[in-house]
Design a protein around this ligand. Structure first.
Ligand SMILES: [Fe+2]
Ligand SMILES: [Fe+2]
Length: 200
């Protein structure tokens, strides 16, 4: 039995088809779908708010954002890995600025990345749960030399995560960092209802 996100791409429900087909027709689709299929669900926080359903949707939004940004394969790998494991350090579903730092500490044991690639994943994950004004300091603390690349991955993760805030009625569109993210707000509302209809 496939996961909900696999079911979505297999069945392509009419209301989602225009957006999902963007990903299906993307030349990076095989890489994107690899991340969908290899998500380590056992590593995820178990929760109705920050559990696997949230993570599946954040991976989907990460793919859309990478598509719009024209990312290369290496950046897509960092972004989708960050999307997959950004909330593994959660210990509750409350407002918690430090869960990103805990997720960043745990992520090396789950992934094959090393060196600067791993540092960018960790910095992005750490930065996702704090204010944007702290991104540069976090990148510096990880001794990352390609700061522009790290800033981009961190901001893409933040928008992918933010698009799923509609599930708790907490998305302020003015906080989205990329203009094109805004066109997916209606989609994200509908997608949350779809998951809820499946009791996920
Ligand atoms: Fe988070
Ligand atoms: Fe999240």
């Amino acid at each position: 039995m496939g996961t909900t996100i696999e079911k979505l791409f297999t069945e392509m429900p009419a209301e989602f088809a225009p957006v999902l087909s963007k990903l299906r027709n993307w030349d990076k689709w095989p890489l994107f779908y690899h991340y969908v299929q290899t998500l380590n669900r056992d590593a995820l926080y178990t929760s109705r708010i920050h559990g696997y359903a949230h993570i599946e949707r954040v991976i989907l939004y990460g793919g859309l954002i990478a598509l719009h940004e024209g990312c290369n394969e290496e950046d897509i790998k960092l972004l989708l890995t960050s999307c997959s494991y950004h909330d593994i350090g959660r210990i509750n579903d409350m407002v918690d600025d430090s869960h990103g730092a805990r997720s960043a500490e745990k992520v090396p044991s789950l992934v094959d990345f090393t060196g600067e690639d791993l540092a960018i994943i960790q910095a992005s994950i750490k930065a996702h749960s704090v204010d944007d004004s702290l991104i540069d300091k976090i990148i510096k603390d990880f001794n990352i030399s390609d700061t522009k690349r790290a800033q981009l991955i961190a901001k893409m993760l933040k928008d992918a995560d933010a698009l799923d805030r509609v599930r708790v009625n907490a998305l302020d569109p003015s906080y989205l960092r990329f203009e094109y993210s805004r066109q997916y707000i209606d989609f994200s509302v509908a997608l949350c209802k779809y998951y809820a209809s499946l009791n996920e």
